[in-house]
Design a protein around this ligand. Structure first.
Ligand SMILES: [Zn+2]
Length: 119
């Protein structure tokens, strides 16, 4: 389950940034998960619960994880049709050509987080 290491990475990024900004407690972490990012939201949440229980200081059981889904979108380079692809490599649904660019859906990143400098 690679969501475990992804979550660990997210917590590291947020913790380091929080430290720089004098934030002692993180109340919410917003992440963007693209439909084609190979990240399973359920598994990511499980990983988050795991780290919550570990009590890593900045994150505890009151911290929330908010996942925002990014819908997959591709654009055909030939007819400019925009559609929702099932895979990273997509055939245009109109002209059937494989000449499509992925516009969105591969994103996986921390969008923002909320916290306070109080204990
Ligand atoms: Zn097309």
């Amino acid at each position: 389950m690679h969501e475990m290491s992804l979550m660990s990475e997210i917590i590291k990024i947020v913790s380091e940034d929080a430290k720089v900004n004098g934030i002692r407690k993180v109340s919410k972490i917003h992440v963007i998960v693209g439909d084609l990012s190979n990240v399973l939201p359920d598994a990511l949440e499980l990983a988050f619960f795991h780290f919550q229980k570990q009590g890593l200081g900045i994150i505890d059981e009151t911290t929330e994880l908010e996942m925002m889904r990014e819908v997959a979108k591709a654009r055909c380079q030939t007819c400019l049709l925009e559609f929702t692809p099932d895979y990273r490599v997509a055939l245009c649904q109109k002209c059937g050509l494989p000449d499509c660019l992925l516009v969105s859906g591969e994103t996986f990143r921390v969008e923002s987080y909320e916290g306070s400098d109080e204990w």
